[in-house]
Design a protein around this ligand. Structure first.
Ligand SMILES: [Zn+2]
Length: 102
């Protein structure tokens, strides 16, 4: 996959420290995901993996603006925007939902 910048949502197959999602921003999401999955990313994701939790990339909001991560964190509950937790028409399971963000 070519370089994609934006916000992304990771879904955990069970909760860790009360969280079932991780929302992040990266200028290169696939590279960042690889870091997460090899244990060099965010602490929460590392802890989830260590606990045997499956971590899955479920949604991408493409944007070059890193400030959008904060906006998403403030205004949107991650769970509501998780296609795995809230199935929406037109979305196939196992597919990463990708939408542009301002
Ligand atoms: Zn979810």
């Amino acid at each position: 996959m070519k370089r994609v910048a934006g916000c992304y949502l990771l879904h955990f197959d069970r909760k860790i420290h009360g969280a079932q999602h991780y929302l992040g921003y990266s200028v290169h999401i696939t590279r960042r995901l690889r870091e997460h999955l090899t244990g060099t990313g965010a602490r929460l994701v590392r802890q989830a993996l260590r606990a045997g939790i499956t971590v899955e990339l479920v949604r991408i909001w493409t944007t070059e603006d890193p400030k959008q991560e904060l906006a998403l964190k403030k205004t949107r509950a991650p769970k509501r925007y998780c296609p795995k937790c809230h199935r929406r028409p037109g979305f196939a399971v196992g597919q990463v939902e990708r939408t542009p963000l301002a």
